[in-house]
Write a protein that binds this ligand. Structure first.
Ligand code: GLU
Length: 311
């Protein structure tokens, strides 16, 4: 088990995980549907592990910033639950996995117009509409900075503008939801918040810290402060396990077995047991939109450190 391992041994496993990840990069492609993301460096790969005891294990490009993209869906769900509450959020969004693409419109007309879960675009757009605060984006950024332990996290204006300009599919989703009364507020305003939330810059190290806090049931182990209610942490981690890796969530759960969320910027945040958090970064994606290198790193770490929830 992890706790009985020496630091050196763990660092060796982290290095091996990076090597395994590198061997898979040729299978991926960087996202290009958001033009600004096509500029990513395809050879980047990094990983960081943080434990509640304050140990850090890292290798590769773990301190290179990238856009958080869909990983923002976990932070926005936390903020929506904190501000609008459970009843309101889940009266508008379900908790069920879909077998469809993350930006699919298909199910919206088939089942009560309610998005299946908050980890797909339709669900996250409705989540954004539940964040009914005068300074929604500023509050979101404040939360992300606290949970990542990094008050330098910033908005990438270029990615935000690129996404806002080309996000026709997300626009279709928002207007469709508006037409059936699921989306409250102005679609363009809600989309603006959604696009901004997707365009903040984080590192694998930031994500490792965030995952460590989630693993520690929302409590900051240094200050003892409860940053997120336990109930909310439970909801978010459960939905990450069920729906966090797009329409590959089932296979990923079998192979890695950790509540995780990926984004098309190349990041994956993974919550390991016992107060351990993992962040990975590698912009080469598979067809489902998951980082190929990141996924391989997590498979190696899960196996060698015996982290799978059901092992
Ligand atoms: N901003 C991206 C979109 O809405 C997020 C997609 C993702 O990371 O899955 O299309």
């Amino acid at each position: 088990m992890m706790t009985r391992m020496e630091r050196e041994e763990i660092q060796k496993i982290v290095e091996q995980a990076i090597q395994d990840g590198k061997n898979t990069l040729y299978e991926g492609k960087v996202a290009s549907y958001i033009p600004e993301l096509a500029k990513a460096n395809s050879s980047n790969l990094g990983v960081c592990i943080e434990t509640k005891e304050g140990e850090i294990y890292a290798s590769g490009d773990y301190s290179i910033p990238f856009t958080v993209q869909s990983i923002s869906k976990t932070f926005s769900l936390i903020l929506a639950l904190q501000t609008a509450g459970y009843e309101k959020v889940f009266s508008k969004i379900g908790m069920e996995p879909t077998g469809d693409r993350f930006d699919s419109i298909l199910q919206l007309e088939l089942k009560d117009w309610k998005p299946f879960n908050p980890m797909i675009n339709a669900g996250a757009i409705v989540t954004a509409s539940c964040i009914d605060l005068p300074k929604g984006f500023e509050e979101f950024l404040r939360l992300v900075r606290r949970l990542c332990g990094n008050d330098q996290i910033w908005l990438n204006e270029n990615v935000y503008r690129s996404e806002k300009k080309t996000g026709t599919r997300n626009r279709s989703i928002a207007y469709l939801l508006k037409s059936d009364g699921v989306l409250e507020g102005e679609p363009e305003e809600v989309l603006d918040l959604y696009f901004r939330m997707c365009s903040i810059m984080v590192t694998a190290k930031d994500l490792a810290h965030y995952a460590m806090i989630l693993s520690n049931r929302g409590e900051d182990p240094v200050t003892g402060e409860q940053l997120v209610d336990r109930d909310i942490v439970r909801i978010v981690k459960t939905l990450m396990l069920l729906c966090g890796m797009y329409d590959q969530s089932g296979e990923y759960a079998v192979k890695v077995g950790l509540p995780s969320k990926s984004g098309v910027g190349g990041g994956i945040v993974a919550v390991a047991p016992g107060g351990m958090g993992i962040g990975t970064f590698g912009p080469m994606l598979n067809q489902k939109g998951n980082s190929v290198g990141g996924e391989q790193i997590l498979r190696t770490l899960s196996e060698k450190l015996n982290l799978h929830l059901f092992a």
